[in-house]
Design a protein around this ligand. Structure first.
Ligand code: SF4
Ligand SMILES: [Zn+2]
Ligand SMILES: [Zn+2]
Length: 326
């Protein structure tokens, strides 16, 4: 099969769009989708300038998603004086997994000459995920602890580095899974939070009800890869010969998400375009839910954790309670 845009051989066929693309045209199409998302989410504010640059902290794990995100951001903004990029890697303390992926992070940040910071659970909390899994005082899945710790450090260090935004490499499959989980759990409040925390646009022209409100409690997050399917990100990383670490974490345990992932892959196989249409409908619904719950005064009940000062809805934050149990 030939490429739709030139007479070279196609390396991929996207059933959801019918496109056949060669390596060069495929890579361009991935980059275009990421840049289009950056524009439509208005990630670069109109007042960003060389005198008043934005700092974007990029969560870099060494997996294909965050490596592709960091690479495309560098291609797009590496020489743009309005944007300062900082890569941030969280080291969870997982034997035979994180050290290898850290090598991929170092290789990439050195090649791009990008500032790169590494923060470890061990140094910050005095625990390693390998030990957490051993003791498991709350009888929970590994990811339930790990997610709380990671979010805490990403937030705290993004703030410390003066980040205006925290960017992560969630792809279309990740986001469609989250959307479907929120649908199936019937959790509109969670949809509202998802919208305001990471998928709502920063500016939406006349439709200002769609804009997410500024928060002085959290560094706003964004997901510029969320229009690109996971498989295409893997293919892009391969074709561009980017340093990535492909192994899976030995403690990966999000059972429900795994079920949803299988369901979505099967739906996509039989009905190409399902992931895109889920996200299109979900974003509309989440925007409406955000308006509804924002009006309810969501956010007013947040305070500072008594122990660590991070934002929480109780007296002591979840991270501090987990650390205490450990
Ligand atoms: S898969 Fe789970 S335990 Fe492993 S790094 Fe990710 S969140 Fe942590
Ligand atoms: Zn081509
Ligand atoms: Zn706390």
């Amino acid at each position: 099969m030939d490429c739709d845009k030139c007479d070279r051989e196609a390396v991929m066929h996207a059933a959801y769009s019918g496109a056949h693309l060669c390596d060069a045209h495929f890579c361009t199409s991935v980059e275009k989708r990421v840049r289009r998302r950056i524009r439509s989410d208005a990630l670069v504010p109109s007042d960003a300038s060389p005198e008043n640059p934005q700092t974007w902290v990029v969560g870099l794990s060494g997996g294909k998603d965050s490596v592709v995100l960091t690479h495309i951001l560098d291609e797009t903004f590496g020489r743009d004086p309005r944007i300062d990029l900082v890569a941030l890697t969280i080291h969870e303390g997982i034997e035979g997994y994180r050290d290898e992926s850290l090598d991929a992070c170092l290789e990439l940040s050195e090649a791009l000459e990008m500032r790169h910071e590494v923060v470890a659970y061990d140094d910050e909390f005095g625990v390693r995920m390998d030990d957490v899994v051993e003791s498991d005082p709350m009888d929970m899945a590994a990811c339930a602890y790990c997610g709380v710790f990671r979010r805490d450090l990403l937030e705290r260090y993004a703030d410390e580095f003066g980040a205006d935004k925290l960017l992560t490499g969630h792809n279309l499959d990740d986001e469609a899974q989250t959307a479907l989980m929120n649908f199936l759990e019937g959790d509109l409040e969670q949809m509202a939070k998802h919208f305001d925390a990471s998928i709502g646009p920063f500016a939406a022209g006349d439709d200002d009800l769609r804009e997410r409100p500024a928060s002085d409690r959290f560094v706003p997050r964004a997901k510029p890869l969320r229009d690109v399917p996971e498989k295409e990100i893997a293919l892009y990383a391969h074709l561009m010969d980017l340093p990535t670490h492909m192994a899976e974490c030995p403690h990966a345990s999000e059972a429900y998400r795994g079920e949803i992932q299988e369901l979505l892959l099967e739906l996509e196989e039989n009905h190409p375009g399902t992931r895109h249409s889920i996200m299109a409908g979900y974003e509309e619904l989440a925007a409406l839910a955000a308006q509804r719950y924002r009006d309810d005064g969501t956010g007013a009940d947040l305070t500072d954790c008594e122990r660590c000062g991070s934002t929480t809805s109780g007296d002591v934050c979840r991270k501090c309670r987990l650390l205490e149990a450990l």
